[in-house]
Ligand binder design. Sequence first.
Ligand code: C5P
Length: 213
Amino acid sequence: MIIAIDGPAAAGKGTLARRLAEHFGFAYLDTGSLYRAVGLAVLRAGKSPTDVVAATEISVDLDRRLFSDPDLRAERTGNAASAVAAIPEVRYNLLEFQRKFARTPPDDKKGAVLDGRDVGTVVCPDADLKLFVTAGPHVRARRRFLEIEGRGEAADFEEILTDVRARDERDMNRADAPLKPAEDALLLDTSELDIDAVFLRAVALVEERLKPQ
Ligand code: C5P
């Protein structure tokens, strides 16, 4: 079983994907971490994230150690990720890894949950269940703000809101694999619903699909 969860930054898709994977014993892949790793490596190489040649070269042979780098989740890395993610060559180089993970999940798991921006539309168009998790920009910026403050770091709400909007704009308007719900995706708006309610709804949807037809 393949579950595709897409949506904009800070909509709650990561938490939902992780919980679903744990609940059903499926493998989990945060596809954003691949783009973040490319973005971080480009910054560390002293290059611009819009540098097509540098980003493409890095994405061919991605250093897996970056997945556990403490800077992977930084805002700066997220913005660099969204810039390298607009480069078609980078997307192409990361595609096979994601598809292989979905087709043959590690540790012989019986299913995979992948979250990102284009899992339901491009990476796994045949996924068994596609969810598009969304929430208004203010709600998402507030979540990011609380998350950063929770880590004991300084956070500026207006700056975060501007970043969230800029990232949405870039992710939705790029030519290659833009952020949009697949035609057969179910929309879950987390502006009002809390994460437990969203999780229970998603569990019911997966169980429905696991039933023998
Ligand atoms: O989900 P996360 O915020 O970690 O993703 C970072 C960036 O990576 C996103 O803003 C997006 O531009 C890019 N991304 C993507 N396709 C995916 C996952 C992430 O373009 N499947």
